[in-house]
Structure formats: structure tokens, C-alpha cells
Design a binder for this molecule. Structure first.
Ligand code: 4GY
Length: 241
């Protein structure tokens, strides 16, 4: 897969490309990360990429021409990141991991000229209801969530156990020491009884999802085992009161 990122701040991405899993994926040619400096496509001595907003108001707007020229050479699915987009989730990351090429536009200032969005952007993505100073971090977040889902980048078992892979939050994890200042690891995890461990983990996932993100359970179908575990969870809650 090829990921093009159009940005006014290419240096932002140096450490991203150089870090463990992403770096390994690049070296194994599972992904190509192509950082494109938008300024290289700007005209004039100043190579101006922004201008004042029509209608007035504070801040600057990124000019259409440099972006449109950069997009002539960088194709696939074109993504723009902003709070106005659809929310990123694991399902969307999975879908995007199937693409052969994507191009992410990282905006700055007040954003990019709307005509670029109307004519060239296939998908506007938001990370959540907050405002950042630029699109570089969202571009890295989206790329990172996609890259680890490209076949062969991480072990299948690793992402099968992810939060959201099965529509549930993750269960708690423990490592050595078995006891730390009186705090013990749950006995079942030390038992070596894999069926009990799997069931405990599933129950913890269900319990956490019910407590923290109940809306995730709305459109989900449950197995017989999950229904049994949910009953146990709900039953023990009543007993606690
Ligand atoms: N939230 N989710 C977000 C953002 C700020 C374009 C410059 C967000 O994705 N992006 O806050 N982006 C950008 C938006 C203009 C500032």
C-alpha cells in the first residue's frame, strides 16, 4: 500500500517513519510512505500556500492551486482530516487498509479552500470533537491505524485481540511479577486453564464495555456464551447493591 501525505510541514513525519512497527513495514515494503511538501507545488517567489478568507474574518485559508497540483501526482482515495468529517473507528481503518493507495491532505490555519474538498476529496475524517492546530497528527493517527492492519505487518492474533476487533473493549492485561506490593494477578490467569482464561477475558471485555461504552453493544449480536456471561455480570451487579 502507498500512503501519500500532503503537508506544509514534512519534518513532522520524520520520527513517525523511523519508529518500530511502521519502520519495519516500510523496510519490508508492505507500505510506502510518501511525504509531499505542498510548497513544492506553489508558484511565485514566495511560494505562497495560504491567503485571506473571502468574507473576512480571522486566520488564513490554504489556496486551492498548490493542493490541486499536488493531487495530480498523488492519487488513490483522497482523505482530508477535520472535525467536520466522519469519525475514525476500527471498521473504517480496516476498510482503508484494503486500498492500494491513499492520499491524506494535512490542513493548517483555518483549513483548505472548500472547492478542493468538493472536487477532489473522497472522504473527510475526524478523530473526535476537539480542535487541533493542524492535520499532521490526524494524518499520522490514520496512517498508523491502517498500517498495523496491512496483512503481515503484525501477527493476525495481535489484531484479532484488539479492542473493537470483536466489537468490545479490551480485557485487562498482566505480566510479572505475580504479586507487587500486595497487588495480585487474578488467579485464573495463573491456572494454565485456557478455556477458563478465554472465558474470563471475554467476561471482562463484556463487563468493561457495558460499564464504559454501552452504546457499542447496541448493534452487536451475542453468542450463547456471551449471553450467559452478560447474565452473570448483571446478576452480580444487583447482588452488590
Ligand atoms: N479533530 N479530527 C481534526 C482537527 C484541525 C483543518 C487546520 C480533528 O481530525 N482533524 O482538529 N484538525 C485542523 C483542521 C484546518 C486545523
Amino acid at each position: 500500500m502507498r500512503i501519500n501525505i500532503l503537508t506544509l510541514f514534512p519534518e513532522f513525519f520524520d520520527s513517525f517513519k523511523e519508529h518500530s512497527i511502521v519502520k519495519r513495514a516500510v523496510e519490508k515494503e508492505q507500505v510506502e510512505i510518501n511525504i509531499v511538501n505542498i510548497r513544492d507545488f506553489a508558484e511565485g517567489k514566495q511560494r505562497q500556500c495560504d491567503d485571506m478568507p473571502f468574507g473576512g474574518g480571522a486566520g488564513m485559508v490554504m489556496k486551492p492551486e498548490p493542493l490541486l497540483k499536488a493531487l495530480e501526482q498523488n492519487g488513490g482515495k483522497v482523505i482530508y482530516t477535520s472535525p467536520q468529517g466522519v469519525r475514525l473507528n476500527q471498521k473504517l481503518a480496516c476498510d482503508l487498509a484494503q486500498e492500494k493507495e491513499i492520499t491524506i491532505i494535512a490542513g493548517h490555519y483555518e483549513g483548505i479552500d472548500e472547492r478542493v474538498i468538493d472536487s477532489k476529496v473522497d472522504l473527510e475524517i475526524s478523530l473526535g470533537d476537539f480542535v487541533l492546530t493542524g492535520g499532521e497528527l490526524p494524518a499520522m493517527v490514520i496512517s498508523d491505524s491502517i498500517i498495523r492492519l496491512i496483512p503481515g505487518v503484525i501477527k493476525k492474533e495481535s489484531y484479532e485481540n484488539d479492542s473493537f476487533y470483536n466489537g468490545l473493549l479490551d480485557y485487562p492485561h498482566y505480566t510479572r511479577p505475580a504479586e507487587y506490593e500486595g497487588l495480585k494477578v487474578p488467579d485464573v490467569l495463573m491456572s494454565g486453564h485456557h478455556k477458563n482464561i478465554d472465558e474470563w477475558r471475554l467476561k471482562q471485555s463484556l463487563k468493561r464495555t457495558l460499564e464504559r461504552r454501552p452504546e457499542l453493544l447496541k448493534d452487536r449480536e451475542f453468542s450463547k456464551l456471551e449471553i450467559k456471561l452478560l447474565k452473570e455480570i448483571k446478576g452480580s451487579k444487583k447482588n452488590d447493591i
